[in-house]
Design a protein around this ligand. Structure first.
Ligand SMILES: Nc1ncnc2c1ncn2[C@@H]1O[C@H](COP(=O)(O)OP(=O)(O)OP(=O)(O)O)[C@@H](O)[C@H]1O
Ligand SMILES: [Mg+2]
Length: 238
């Protein structure tokens, strides 16, 4: 269903997810809601698994590993296998940070369903992705930084240039407008939803100006005056 006010990047994502696209890369500035969208924009009954890529991670997180238990060692399956088994959403965060071992394995786990299978090394069971399995990858850089084989599996790449319109709803009313405005400014001026959430947390005990000074020192003065102006305007209306 189309929401009139949805910014184009979010509309694109909805259009894709509503029309059977099950692989997408969301990229762009930090704190715009890419991970949140990956975890939540899906059929409500579907589970979501999150994989955060780092330089040092091993393939164990993805496919699994033998781990000690009461009987000696047994194979504990990783998040990608779990997501395959359940037909769940797999959110792969910071994909540009994955090392080459991890990338090679992710190529296998994100391939088209028809070409995908994995064998549990202990039980020798062959596992294939269950219907509904989908993958959203997120990153801050540009998709061109990724290897071509991975890009070929994720033909939809959407630059998320502003927070989802519903994201500032988590904030108190007085911070919603500044959060929307400051999220889209250029580097140096920009302020993410996370910083505004910190202001909201500190404000009741410390007052607005102090909260802004701590969480958003560069923009504090400007934001404080714009909130003051809004409040004056509201009082004048009443
Ligand atoms: N639609 C939304 N509704 C409510 N809260 C949201 C929404 N989108 C984002 N948030 C909140 O805003 C914060 C930032 O969102 P998120 O972690 O998804 O950003 P991101 O784009 O993945 O950032 P990064 O690139 O740094 O990983 C989180 O605390 C998240 O819970
Ligand atoms: Mg993220």
């Amino acid at each position: 269903m189309k929401t009139e006010t949805l910014p184009d990047c979010w509309q694109k994502l909805e259009d894709c997810l509503n029309n059977g696209i099950d692989r997408a890369i969301l990229y762009g500035n930090p704190g715009t809601g890419k991970t949140f969208a990956g975890l939540t924009m899906k059929p409500t009954t579907q589970n979501a698994y999150r994989l955060i890529c780092t330089d040092e991670m091993t393939t164990a997180t993805i496919e699994g590993a033998y781990l000690p238990d009461e009987t000696g060692f047994s194979y504990r399956e990783g998040v990608a296998v779990k997501a395959w088994r359940e037909g769940a959403r797999l959110v792969i965060d910071e994909i540009n940070r994955a090392n080459s071992d991890v990338l090679s394995l992710l190529l296998a786990f994100t391939d088209t369903v028809a070409s995908s299978s994995w064998q549990n090394p202990q039980t020798l069971e062959i596992v294939r992705p269950r219907e509904g399995f989908s993958v959203i990858m997120t990153m801050n850089g540009e998709p061109e930084d990724l290897e071509p084989a991975l890009l070929d599996r994720f033909t939809v790449q959407i630059k998320i240039s502003e927070p989802h319109p519903s994201a500032p709803d988590q904030l108190p009313e007085y911070l919603r407008k500044p959060a929307k405005i400051y999220a889209t400014l250029s580097e140096g001026e920009r302020a993410s939803l996370r910083a505004f959430a910190t202001v909201a947390k500190l404000e009741p005990a410390l007052g607005l100006d102090r909260a802004l000074e701590i969480a958003l020192p560069r923009q504090a003065r400007e934001i404080s005056s714009s909130i003051a102006i809004e409040r004056q305007a509201e009082n004048a209306d009443e």
